[in-house]
Structure formats: structure tokens, C-alpha cells
Design a binder for this molecule. Structure first.
Ligand SMILES: C[S@@+](CC[C@H](N)C(=O)[O-])C[C@H]1O[C@@H](n2cnc3c(N)ncnc32)[C@H](O)[C@@H]1O
Ligand SMILES: [Mg+2]
Length: 281
């Protein structure tokens, strides 16, 4: 009787251990699959622009906004206000670049393509420059710091929250005397430039708002006689997210002389490029 009890208990514990072993191997398998998926996701985010933007702009940003009850753009501004040197445009740019490469991705032209932008501005030495798409004011600060005395940058932004943040960013960088922020859609602002803002012609246009507007706004600039012989357009993100309609339009237009500057998407190892187009008149 005693022996029978021991044997039954032994059998029960063997079955129990078997079940435990089975369930722990299932658990191990699930952990392994999850790890593999996470690894695949990390590689995808690093190599693929679309996956990266889905992660940064949709998933991560929305979750952080919800937790912090604050927009990413406000977090960028706060980081600048706390860490950059007031009145020093380079310090503002570096601080934004640090935040966006280390903490949260954002659609500023960034430090790598920023060098192409700098070189173009220095080469043209514009008296009147226009920027389509201000966002947080990163490229506006970048351009403005290179403008000579008496020159100005008009920058257009249709999102009121971004415009308010850009205004503070521009003031903090100390370039507010050189920058005029125009709030509204580019398609509305461009036709107003001559009369309302007393612009004669533009020496330089940084096209960086939204891919679907690149070509129509380039046409609008010509229709409004805002371009002169030698005016230079520099368009960002022509590969990622890409502006195929604009590229087709500008490269096949005998009134423009084009050159491409291959580079990388801001704060990522994803291919991108800028297109420079000189208006031939
Ligand atoms: C890529 S971001 C600009 C980045 C900025 N140039 C920089 O490098 O710091 C594009 C901006 O254009 C704005 N935008 C998009 N379409 C626009 C339009 N039709 N008129 C004015 N702003 C527009 C968006 O709200 C966004 O802030
Ligand atoms: Mg851009």
C-alpha cells in the first residue's frame, strides 16, 4: 500500500514536470519569436525610411505625446530653451540636432543636408530668400545666420502650432530681425508676396513643405513673376519621402538648370537628396 502511494506520487510528479517542461519550452519559443520580431523591426527601422517614419512619427510620437500630454515640437523647443545658448544660432541648431538624433526624430533638414543648404546660401548670398515649410524653425535659423546685413528670409508655415514654436525658436536664436514668419498655406501666401509683403523677386527659395505642393508652388512662383534670371530653388527630400512629380517637372523644364545633391534623410541612414534648380529666365 505504502509502495503504491509512493509510485503514484512519483508518476504524478513526473507528469507535472513533463507539463512544466512543455509549457516552459512553449514560453521559451514565444520569447524567442518575440525577440526575433523585435530584432527584425529594429533592423527595418534603421534601413527602411517608411518603417522608420511609421515607428517615429506614428507609434512612438503618439505614445509619448499621450504620456507627456505635450507635442514633440513643444518638447524640442523646451529642450532648446533649457540647453542652448540664447542668441547663438549655431548652439540652437546643434541642440535641435542633438535632441532629434538622440531622443526623437523630427523632420528638420538636419545637420548633414544642412551643410548643402549652407553652401547654397553662401554661394548665392541672397538679399531676399523664401522658405516654404518652417516647421520648428530649424532651417530658418540655419539660413538666417548666414544672411548679410539688410537681407531677409520670409518663411511660410500653415500649421499654427508649428508657427508659434518656430517664432519662439527664431527669437531665442536671436535672428528675428532677419526672419519674417508668414502664417498660412503656401498657395495663399505666394500670390500675396508682391503686394502685401513688397517682394520684388526672390534670390533663393528653400522648398521644404510637402511633396505634393513642390511642383504647383514652383509654377505659382513663376506665374507671380517672383523668379528672376539666376534665382535658385533648393528642394529637400526629393528621394525620401520623394517628390517625383516635381523632379519630373523641373528636370524637363528648359527654364531651369538642375543639379542633384545625394545625401541622407535627416538623422537617419536612409538615402535622400536635394535638388538645386537655377531659373534661367
Ligand atoms: C519638412 S517640414 C519643414 C522643415 C524645415 N524646413 C526645417 O528644415 O527645419 C514641412 C513643414 O511644411 C508645412 N507645410 C506643409 N504644407 C504646407 C503648405 N502648403 N503651406 C505651408 N506650410 C506647409 C508643414 O506643416 C511642416 O511644418
Ligand atoms: Mg525636409
Amino acid at each position: 500500500m505504502h509502495f503504491y502511494c509512493i509510485s503514484t506520487a512519483l508518476q504524478a510528479s513526473i507528469v507535472e514536470s513533463k507539463e512544466m517542461l512543455e509549457s516552459s519550452s512553449v514560453l521559451l519559443f514565444i520569447v524567442f519569436v518575440l525577440l526575433f520580431i523585435s530584432l527584425l523591426f529594429v533592423v527595418l527601422i534603421r534601413k527602411n525610411g517608411t518603417a522608420a517614419l511609421i515607428w517615429h512619427e506614428i507609434i512612438k510620437e503618439k505614445i509619448t505625446n499621450f504620456i507627456m500630454n505635450q507635442s514633440k515640437e513643444r518638447r524640442i523647443l523646451n529642450f532648446v530653451l533649457q540647453n542652448a545658448v540664447r542668441g547663438d544660432p549655431c548652439s540652437v541648431m546643434e541642440t535641435i540636432d542633438k535632441y532629434c538624433s538622440e531622443k526623437e526624430w523630427a523632420m528638420n533638414v538636419g545637420d548633414v543636408k544642412g551643410v548643402i543648404l549652407d553652401k547654397t546660401v553662401e554661394e548665392i548670398n541672397p538679399k531676399v530668400a523664401l522658405e516654404l515649410g518652417t516647421y520648428c524653425g530649424y532651417s530658418a535659423v540655419r539660413i538666417a545666420r548666414l544672411l548679410k546685413a539688410g537681407a531677409c528670409l520670409l518663411t511660410v508655415e500653415f500649421n499654427p502650432e508649428f508657427a508659434a514654436i518656430a517664432k519662439q525658436m527664431i527669437e531665442f536664436a536671436g535672428v528675428q530681425d532677419k526672419v519674417k514668419l508668414l502664417e498660412g498655406p503656401s498657395e495663399v501666401i505666394i500670390p500675396q508676396l508682391k503686394k502685401k509683403y513688397e517682394v520684388d523677386t526672390l534670390d533663393f527659395v528653400f522648398v521644404d513643405h510637402w511633396k505634393d505642393r513642390y511642383a504647383p508652388d514652383t509654377i505659382l512662383l513663376q506665374e507671380c513673376s517672383l523668379l528672376r534670371k539666376g534665382s535658385v530653388l533648393l528642394a529637400d527630400n526629393i528621394i525620401f519621402p520623394g517628390a517625383p512629380e516635381f523632379v519630373k517637372y523641373i528636370r524637363n523644364n528648359p527654364r531651369f538648370q538642375c543639379s542633384t545633391y545625394p545625401s541622407y534623410l535627416e538623422y537617419m541612414k536612409v538615402q535622400d537628396a536635394m535638388e538645386k534648380a537655377v531659373f534661367l529666365g
